[in-house]
Design a protein around this ligand. Structure first.
Ligand code: ACO
Length: 312
């Protein structure tokens, strides 16, 4: 039992924060940020704009793109690490906002930057078991809520946004979410985590080292698991954390940079939203075409890491 991608959508808050804005707020420079991260700008939600607001906007766009109504969906999974409320879940609230009347199951997964892959992993399992017809995956984050303007080493790295993908059951096992692999190592908790007062605690150089080793590992593992080679892959859409991490992973895998989608320059690191947001950007700009095979490796707090193969 397989699945196929039938719709996508995204949402970015209207407020664009440039490196020049950070230069005015702290001891940093556009040159340092661009050289070390590749980031030029990011979107920040307004104070009142929530993860639910952003997720709902992306979901609405995906439904429109798929020409479906909310009751055509029979499960929503939201990847988020930054919900405003501990309960209920963002997924349930989005279903309510969109007027769902079918009592569908809806829940959140917290996998930090790898959350999107954890959500896709769940969806693949449900489809394989033949349990659901149409599943909407949303990645939505308000990272700006955690941005500590007294810490220049983390403040410049993150952005807000949401992306949504809709998959439906199909008889083909060569379309949609073809494979997923997800992993974790909780002993590395200290490397990158949130604090009780909503700040990001990160050992940047250690995080960098782990990212450039584990993301290629996950990519190699999933290609082997799926029985494909690099030549079968049309695009790598890596988690958008940092241009140097992306380029180093591409080099370690021997992938040409032309096959790597890059949005970190304009979106920064949107954590669990990064994958769906990047894919939506690629469709909107005619970069990735329907039918192509996309490999998405990710890495994040936990540690968590993994990869997915999607024929879009
Ligand atoms: N502007 C100017 N200088 C800065 C800034 C800034 N915004 N931030 C740090 N510096 C300074 C430091 O204070 C330090 O100065 P010092 O040498 O006088 O002490 C110097 O720059 C070098 O600091 P490092 O931390 O060693 O810089 P590094 O080259 O490692 O780059 C960075 C820092 C960009 C955070 C890098 O370590 C990195 O990308 N790490 C991965 C982190 C990441 O992407 N995390 C996201 C979450 S996980 C994920 O999504 C993969």
């Amino acid at each position: 039992m397989g699945n196929r991608l039938v719709g996508y959508g995204s949402y970015l808050p209207s407020r664009v924060v440039t490196n020049a804005d950070f230069e005015r707020a702290m001891d940093t420079t556009d040159e340092w940020i661009v050289e070390r991260t590749g980031i030029h700008a990011r979107h920040f939600a307004d104070k009142k704009e929530t993860v639910v607001d952003m997720a709902t906007n992306a979901a609405r766009a995906a439904l429109k793109n798929a020409n479906l109504k909310i009751d055509d969906i029979d499960m929503i999974i939201v990847a988020t690490t930054t919900p405003e409320l501990d309960f209920p879940s963002v997924a349930v609230t989005v279903a309510g906002r969109l007027g769902a009347t079918n009592n569908m199951p809806a829940f959140d997964v917290r996998g930090a930057c790898t959350g999107y892959i954890y959500a896709l992993h769940c969806a693949r399992g449900f489809f394989t078991a033949g349990m659901h017809e149409r599943i909407m995956i949303i990645g939505a984050e308000k990272m700006s809520r955690f941005v500590d303007m007294t810490d220049r080493s983390t403040a410049v790295l993150f952005g807000d946004g949401a992306g949504a993908l809709i998959f439906e059951r199909s008889t083909s096992s060569y379309s949609g979410i073809i494979d997923t692999v997800v992993m974790s190592d909780g002993s590395k908790f200290d490397m990158l985590h949130g604090s009780e007062d909503h700040k990001i605690i990160m050992n940047g150089p250690e995080t960098y080292k782990m990212a450039v080793s584990l993301m290629p590992d996950a990519a190699r593992y999933i290609m082997e698991h799926a029985g494909i080679t690099q030549d079968d892959i049309d695009w790598i859409v890596p988690h958008q954390a940092n241009i140097r991490i992306i380029k180093s992973c591409a080099a370690r895998l021997g992938f040409p940079i032309e096959k790597i989608l890059i949005t970190v320059d304009q979106h920064a690191n949107t954590s669990g939203a990064s994958g769906a947001l990047a894919l939506a950007y690629a469709f909107d700009n005619n970069i990735i075409k329907h039918g192509q095979l996309v490999l998405y490796p990710a890495f994040g707090s936990g540690l968590t890491w993994g990869a997915t193969l999607i024929r879009v």
